[in-house]
Design a binder for this molecule. Structure first.
Ligand code: ASP
Length: 300
């Protein structure tokens, strides 16, 4: 990959994506080959928002490459509390680390921060913006479960505020994928993303009813309503719980359907689905480690 920073999925060409996914597959096959590769190197973790999977899988990935991590810790116990700016914090941390992973509630923050550092910076979620490393593991999971071309993908839930959706939709335009977006009217894909998809020549359809498209889907990517992004709690309540997947809903789906979710789930997928062959979200979360190992390997 020829990128210094990973800020948005729109940076990634098909070739870039395949390079990362192929490297991840190699690492998964033979982890011993890379276990000392980054000994003495340090990854800085700066998370201004909650995270379980992203932070822990980057941490694990760096350690499995022989490297170490340093963690800014919770915002409440960092100098952010004293009023330090993001630009100052990343400039300081780049002096301690060989690469940075940043999650921040403000859209555009990763791009801004990247302008202040020379080490590679990975956007691990900037508000409702982008989450490109999640997309790489999503694509890896789709590829492992039937391939990335000639498929029909349904992306459902909070398409307005869901950064994993924005990144995935943009990345899928590199492949022969028919994309269907299922959401309440108020949580439609933002106009700028729709334009980007249109410009990329993607085949895109929008629906409010999952039943309209479910039987055709090869992949159903379910997302959580992003409660923390709603300016008004009442607006959240109006759409909360609107889309829920359970065994009955899935009765009309293909047997080969792959159900994904970036997690955490709230109530979008009933626990009974976990026991079925279509449930792929825990495998998807586990793929975060080899994919992030590959990404670090390519960026470092
Ligand atoms: N974990 C994902 C993210 O950080 C999805 C979510 O929070 O709903 O964007």
């Amino acid at each position: 990959m020829r990128h210094e920073h990973l800020l948005s999925a729109s940076q990634l060409s098909r070739e870039d994506i395949e390079t990362v996914l192929d490297r991840a597959a190699e690492i998964e096959e033979n982890p011993a080959a890379v276990q000392e590769q980054y000994a003495g190197r340090v990854l800085g973790l700066c998370f201004y928002e909650p995270s379980t999977r992203t932070k822990m899988s980057f941490d694990t990935a760096m350690k499995r490459l022989g490297g170490q991590t340093i963690d800014m810790g919770p915002v409440e116990s960092s100098s952010v509390k004293k009023g330090e700016t993001l630009a100052d914090t990343v400039r300081v941390v780049e002096g301690y680390a060989d690469a940075l992973v940043l999650r921040h509630p403000k859209e555009g923050s990763a791009k801004m921060a990247s302008e202040f550092v020379d080490v590679p910076l990975i956007n691990a979620g900037d508000g409702a913006g982008q989450h490109p490393s999640q997309t790489l593991l999503d694509l890896y999971t789709i590829r492992e479960n039937g391939g990335l071309d000639d498929i029909t993908v349904g992306i459902m839930g909070d398409l307005k505020y869901g950064r994993t959706v924005h990144s995935l939709a943009e990345a899928l335009t590199n492949f022969d994928v028919s994309q269907h977006f299922i959401s309440p009217e108020s949580l439609r894909l933002p106009r700028n993303i729709r334009y980007d998809l249109h410009d990329a020549g993607a085949q895109v359809r929008e629906h409010t009813d999952l039943d309209d498209i479910l039987p055709e889907l090869d992949v159903l990517y379910v997302t959580r309503i992003q409660r923390e992004r709603f300016p008004d709690e009442n607006e959240y309540r109006q759409v909360a719980g609107e889309y829920q997947i359970d065994d009955d809903v899935l009765a009309d789906a293909k047997d080969s359907l792959t159900v994904m979710h970036p997690l955490p789930r709230v109530d979008e997928i009933a626990p009974e689905v976990d026991e079925t062959a279509v449930a792929t979200y825990f495998e998807q979360a586990h793929n975060g480690v080899p994919v992030r190992m590959a990404l670090l390997d390519l960026l470092l």
